[in-house]
Structure formats: C-alpha cells, structure tokens
Design a protein around this ligand. Structure first.
Ligand SMILES: NC(=O)c1ccc[n+]([C@@H]2O[C@H](COP(=O)([O-])OP(=O)(O)OC[C@H]3O[C@@H](n4cnc5c(N)ncnc54)[C@H](O)[C@@H]3O)[C@@H](O)[C@H]2O)c1
Ligand SMILES: [Zn+2]
Ligand SMILES: [Zn+2]
Length: 345
C-alpha cells in the first residue's frame, strides 16, 4: 500500500509500505477513505516530538471502512463505516476508567506517533471497540473527519479546561483549525466576547465568520494593548493557547485577568517562560491536556442535531496520491488560505 512516512526532521516521503495485519485480537484494520493533516504533524516534521521516530506513517485523523477485525472485536464488523479517534483507548486501565483516555497505558495518542497512522491506504487500530465510532448511513464523511481530533481538542483542552462561562471574555491565540474548533465549541456556552488572535489575516477573516466578536493581528506586537482596550483594561477570563510556541503562551500570560484560566492546547517543543513574578497574586489557573476524546460521543450528538457545522473548517481537497501537495498547501496556509485539507482515497 502507499503511505506518507516521516523520515526525520523536515523529511517525509510518499512510499510503498506493507499493508498492516491484525496483530492483537482487539485490533481492526481500516481501509482509510478520508484523512487529513494536523498542526501536530507539522510539529513532528519540525522535530518537536521525539516520540515519533523516522519510518513512522503519519496521521491520526480519518474515516474508513473496516477491512478485517481480530477475534475479540465485538462492536464492529467487516464493511462497517467508522470514525477513527486520534486517541486509542483500552477502556479498562486505571486512566481509561477515569476517562483520561489520552494516557491509556496501552493506547493514548499513539496513531501516527508511536505506531503507524492514518495517512495510508490501511491502518491498524488497536482497541478497536473503544477507539472507533460508527458513522450512520447517509452521514457526511467529511464532517466526521473533523471529529477525530480537532473538535474534541478545541473543546476539551480549550473550552472545558478553560472554564468558558456565559458572559465571560475568551481570547483564543492561534486561528488554525484547532483554535477555530475552540471558537466553534466555545459558543455552546455563550461567552460575552471571543477575541481571536493570529498573524494571518485570512485565518482571522474566517474567525470573524465563525463567531469571533473581535480579531487581532498580533504581528505589530501590540496585541496586549488591543485586548486591554476591548476589556476595559481587565484582560480575559479564559486565554486559550492554540499555537505551541513560547511567544503565544507568553501572550496568554499577559492577557489573563485576575481569577482567569490559561488553557494550553499547543504542542510545545521548547521551554516556555513562566512569569510567576507577575502572575503569583492573580488567582489564575493554568491547564494542560492531551486530548482525551472523552467528549466525542457528545460532539457526535451535536453534529447529528445540526448544532455545529465543522465542514466550515475544510478548505481544500486532494486525492491520496497528491498528499505531498496537500502538505505543502497546509504548511503554507498564509499563502494558500488552507485550514483543514481533506485527502481522499
Ligand atoms: N493538546 C492536544 O491534544 C493537541 C491536539 C491537536 C493539536 N494540538 C496542537 O494545537 C496547535 C494548533 O494546531 P493547528 O492544527 O490549528 O495548527 P496550525 O499550525 O494550523 O495553526 C497555528 C496557528 O498559529 C498561528 N501563529 C503562529 N505564530 C503565531 C504568533 N506568534 N502569534 C499568533 N499566532 C501565531 C498561525 O498563523 C496559525 O494560524 C498545534 O500546536 C498542535 O500541535 C494539540
Ligand atoms: Zn492532531
Ligand atoms: Zn486504557
């Protein structure tokens, strides 16, 4: 089969790899019909994630059709149409019993990280019963691709951890697909203001369409002043970091109001300064989280009820053999206007 393989910092290739086989009774092999690229794949290519070794097939998002199942898989059969969660969960270990699936002792975020991922014709899904979701007949596959990772990530790591409340002021730093997923799901709670900050005017324009009450281009270094003037010099109750570099986390530290919560989503590859000399007396909370996908069933209900339209995050379509073009388009979003790119078989 063909696959997109990480080959070391800044190197990837679209090459032939053996088709995966059921290795454990709880595995399923899924024929991938649609996948996509995440900001995290770009972090891997930058060398930010040492857990992902050269030779790894990338990708942790997608939908497909079950091709084969191990003898212990009871919830799915060959031919079933399924959503692949970015997190694999045994459902039984101490972390899974606390719904902290991201830290499952035999799963977690392993796809396209420590085991081969979804940017391939076929993928092996461990713990298939609790790591796949059925896609109802007639449902839109593309909307489901947004449910593998970015919707639960924006919602769990940003909105839930950030304690977004009715009437509160939220800042989202980073208007990539994950920041925009936080923007969409923050609106479940009717915050008073949602201020989205990025360097990319195209993405800020999308944020405005998706419900941002204000957008700020931080390239002039004056984002803090702009946020203060929008908040009567108070700052924000929730600051969501959705980039993964020191400058944007430090900006969240500057924006947070007394009593507020900084909710980190970004994957960080280098040390980030923590300004306790400014923050120690501000009663703030700081959270980090690897998406657990514990909210996926709830988000799927919201999708079914038509209360959210995640397809608004899709900008480009590619065939699987054009995946290198898809990477180039996603990695140069400022020029291409890319958000989520759908890559289909
Ligand atoms: N915690 C988790 O479980 C989890 C899951 C998925 C993704 N992530 C991480 O979330 C982050 C966002 O993912 P994405 O797919 O949206 O990535 P992305 O790369 O598409 O988006 C990042 C955005 O940040 C903006 N940006 C860059 N530098 C900036 C700066 N100095 N100031 C303001 N904005 C700046 C970019 O213009 C871009 O719009 C990444 O770090 C990704 O690895 C974390
Ligand atoms: Zn991801
Ligand atoms: Zn587990």
């Amino acid at each position: 089969m063909k696959a997109l393989v990480y080959q070391g910092v800044d190197k990837k290739a679209y090459i032939e790899r053996p088709k995966p086989i059921v290795a454990s009774a709880t595995d399923a092999i899924v024929r991938v019909t649609k996948t996509t690229i995440c900001g995290t794949d770009l972090h891997i290519l930058k060398g930010d994630l040492p857990s992902c070794l050269p030779g790894r097939i990338l990708g942790h998002e997608g939908v497909g059709i079950i091709d084969s199942v191990g003898s212990a898989v009871t919830a799915f059969r060959v031919g079933d149409h399924v959503l692949i969660s970015c997190v694999s969960a045994c459902g039984k270990c101490a972390y899974c019993r606390r719904q902290m699936y991201s830290h499952c002792t035999t799963g977690g975020w392993i796809l396209g990280n420590t085991i081969d991922g979804t940017q391939a014709e076929f993928v092996r899904i461990p713990h298939a019963d609790s790591s796949l979701y059925p896609i109802p007949t007639g449902a839109d596959e593309e909307a489901f691709v947004m449910m593998s990772d970015i919707l639960p990530t924006g919602f769990e790591c940003g909105v839930l951890n950030g304690k977004v409340q009715p009437g509160n002021v939220v800042a989202i730093v980073g208007a990539g697909p994950v920041g925009l997923a936080a923007l969409l799901t923050a609106q479940f709670y009717s915050p008073g203001q949602i201020i989205v900050i990025d360097l990319d005017e195209k993405r800020l324009a999308v944020a405005k369409k998706l419900g941002a009450t204000a957008t700020i281009n931080s390239s002039n270094g004056k984002a803090k002043g702009s946020v203060m003037s929008l908040t009567e010099e108070r700052g924000v109750d929730t600051a969501i970091e959705a980039v993964g570099i020191p400058a944007t986390f430090e900006l969240c530290e500057l924006l947070i109001a007394p009593g507020g919560t900084i909710a980190n989503i970004g994957v960080h590859g280098v040390q980030v300064p923590l300004h306790l000399e400014r923050l120690w007396d501000r009663n703030i909370t700081m959270t980090t989280r690897l998406v657990d996908t514990a909210s996926t069933p709830m988000l799927l209900n919201i999708l079914k009820a038509d209360k959210i339209d995640p397809k608004r995050l899709i900008t480009h379509h590619f065939k699987f053999d054009q995946i290198l073009d898809a990477y180039a388009t996603f990695a140069h979003a400022a020029e291409t206007g890319a958000l989520k790119v759908i890559i289909e078989a």
